[in-house]
Design a binder for this molecule. Sequence first.
Ligand code: NAD
Ligand code: TDX
Length: 328
Amino acid sequence: MKTLLVTGGAGFIGTNFVRLTLDKYPQYKVVVVDKLTYAANRDSLPEGIDFVEGDICDAELMDQLIRDCDIVVHFAAESHNDNSLANPRPFLDTNVIGTYTILEAVRRHHKRLHHISTDEVFGDLELDDPNRFTETTAYNPSSPYSSTKAASDHLVRAWIRSFGIQATISNCSNNYGPYQHIEKFIPRQITNILSGLPAKLYGTGEQVRDWIHVDDHNTAVHLILEKGTIGDTYIIGADNDHINNKQVIEMICEMMGGTFEHVADRPGHDMRYAMDSTKLRTKLGWKPQYTDSMREGLAQTIAWYRDNENWWRDQKDAIEKAYAARGH
Ligand code: NAD
Ligand code: TDX
């Protein structure tokens, strides 16, 4: 049995990855390391794993954990663009120094690493640009968040080339699904409507995100662990780059019987992300399970937030107050 060390496993995508692994990939023993920042929820994690509360910037701890595992799947990050505009420093610490710390331990102990990254490293596309991001698109990040993720990808590639570490990288588009922090777009709107508030659309809402259900992201990660070529990068996306933010909010409002209002736009707001996942599909045989332009995935996600109010209710007021202070 191989030991998977999952960094950031108490966050949104990491928690879903751990749950999927326990369900469908019994060949792995799972160890989670997580600092339990505001974005984490220890209670999201299932029984049957080892949990270590710790910081990926802690070199001694990471050395020990990586020595004792077979594979590292690196999700831990500061992940919210709006927060990175208000206070960039934690993004540099975790996303850059944290990734560096992991790379050095991976190098010392000759362990396999998969680094989780984002489409935002490529910057954005104009609405009428027919192109999509591919594995060879040049990096052009816009925000403190995306620039630190870009830096982390560069570090991983440099450690592959200079030190021959056994690593792969994936860049995925916007995820949605259960256990996502309610500061993020889709859960914020669902929990607003469940709280009797209008949904909140930044600016005109014409921005496009290439939404993917979190389970589709995580099945791709498992496939890369099983069959990916060491040193390679894989783009992950589910072909939803035809749906803009306004249409997503309208779908949620229609499904839940809610209303929405326009609020102040995000400074430097990226216009459009679009992913070309041909390599992952043709070389590794991946395909997403949620293929109906988000309707099934949104219905499942709405049902999850409705059924799990105790998971989010305590945080709702504070998050909306923070957004109100920023004009959102
Ligand atoms: P999240 O913010 O929900 O979770 C991040 C987790 O990392 C939290 O549990 C937090 O406590 C932990 N963490 C933060 N700093 C840490 C540190 N110094 N040491 C240890 N743990 C720390 O984020 P998410 O949405 O689950 O994103 C996970 C990864 O996927 C990130 O690398 C992100 O860049 C990437 N990604 C996210 C999306 C998306 O749409 N959410 C899309 C593509 C890629
Ligand atoms: O209340 C809102 N209203 C709104 O219109 C919020 C919170 C967001 N938005 C808009 C901004 C974006 O265009 O919705 C879109 C999605 O916003 P976020 O959920 O904040 O995601 P985004 O900034 O696109 O980044 C996400 O996808 C890429 C994740 O947070 C990143 O971690 C990931 O790398």
